[in-house]
Write a protein that binds this ligand. Structure first.
Ligand code: NAP
Ligand code: COA
Length: 276
């Protein structure tokens, strides 16, 4: 990619990242800015948007913020119109915005269910639908949806989010086929446990929880936002030009499970007769 500062305004591709002011969304925005994209950040909080834009300063990208609740189709439509007016194009959409909280299924109220499913599933559809007329005119258009491995496994404690992410994965594959004739690639990335301010508040709520999650990861550590951003960066680039409808898991092997691995480790330690 040509460095951002070497491209004239209007020549740089434009990426819309929902929830792009915090956590993984911000890391993705930074990676795309470094790759020469101009950035549109959309989320509810003016504070999150302003701090995200400040973190992107100095990377050579034009950055604009658009206060938006992705659950509201009119707001999404208005934001995409404004992006079109501001930048004159839209090349990449990253559906990253999400809401989540840990609760047993029987204690999730109808409103709590609607809040999470509305942000994750409805929001992803509304943004994709509104972005379509712009994406279809872009030279290398693509969408990346941020899901989680419980989209195809079980998500105990997060029935609302698991159900919504499963829907997003189905939407990813469906749009990949429907919009292939427009050259729009649609992929998903499934991060494993990543520590961000948002997830520290909503998911990794104590040392005990954090340690038990870490102990289940074959690579033995939480991931970083940058681990995820690198994969998104690849998927939207022409280097991934023949990849569509795919989900890339970035979870240190977590969803594969450790099986009897802890016992094997003990065996390795005690079996002194085996030569190296
Ligand atoms: P985060 O920092 O809390 O990000 C959530 C973002 O979504 C925030 O920027 C928030 O901004 C935005 N958002 C929430 N509700 C919104 C709404 N109604 N309309 C528009 N924007 C909204 O958490 P994160 O860890 O970076 O999560 C990013 C993505 O990674 C999510 O899709 C999450 O499901 C996925 N993920 C994360 C992990 C992990 O361990 N971190 C694991 C698997 C998947 P505002 O508050 O400004 O609206
Ligand atoms: N346990 C049980 N129910 C909860 C809850 C929790 N920890 N947190 C929220 N809820 C319920 C509320 O009680 C409410 O239901 P009710 O009206 O029946 O009481 C419902 O969820 C909606 O809550 P509210 O705060 O009004 O919704 P919101 O739209 O402002 O917020 C959330 C949406 C709940 C998802 C909020 O956590 C959020 O905005 N999160 C964004 C950041 C985030 O989750 N990051 C992690 C991403 S993986």
């Amino acid at each position: 990619m040509v460095a951002a500062e070497d491209r004239a305004p209007g020549e740089r591709p434009v990426a819309l990242v929902t929830g792009g002011g915090t956590g993984l969304g911000l890391a993705i925005s930074i990676a795309l800015a470094r790759d020469g994209y101009d950035l549109a950040l959309a989320s509810r909080s003016a504070e999150h948007l302003a701090s995200g834009a400040a973190a992107l300063a100095g990377l050579g990208a034009r950055v604009r913020t658009f206060p938006t609740d992705v659950r509201a189709p009119d707001q999404v439509e208005h934001t995409v119109d404004e992006i079109g007016r501001t930048f004159g194009r839209l090349d990449v959409l990253v559906n990253n915005a999400a809401g989540n909280f840990v609760a047993p299924a029987e204690r999730i109220s109808p409103n709590g269910w609607r809040a999470v499913v509305g942000i994750v599933l409805d929001g992803t559809f509304f943004c994709s639908r509104s972005a379509f007329p712009w994406l279809r005119r872009a030279p290398h258009p693509s969408i990346v949806n941020i899901v989680a491995s419980y989209a195809w496994m079980a998500g105990p404690g997060t029935a609302h989010s698991a159900s919504a992410k499963a829907g997003v994965l189905a939407l990813t594959r469906t749009l990949a086929v429907e919009w292939a004739s427009y050259g729009i690639r649609v992929n998903a990335v499934a991060p494993g446990p990543i520590r961000t301010e948002g997830t520290d508040r909503q998911l990794w709520v104590s040392e005990r929880v954090t340690e038990s999650v870490r102990a289940g990861i074959p690579l033995g550590r939480f991931g970083t936002s940058e681990d995820v951003a690198e994969v998104v960066r690849f998927l939207v680039s022409p280097r991934a030009g023949y990849v569509t409808g795919e989900v890339v898991t970035v979870d240190g092997g977590q969803w594969l499970g450790k099986g009897v691995m802890p016992l094997l480790e003990e065996f390795r330690k005690s079996n002194t007769g085996v030569s190296e």
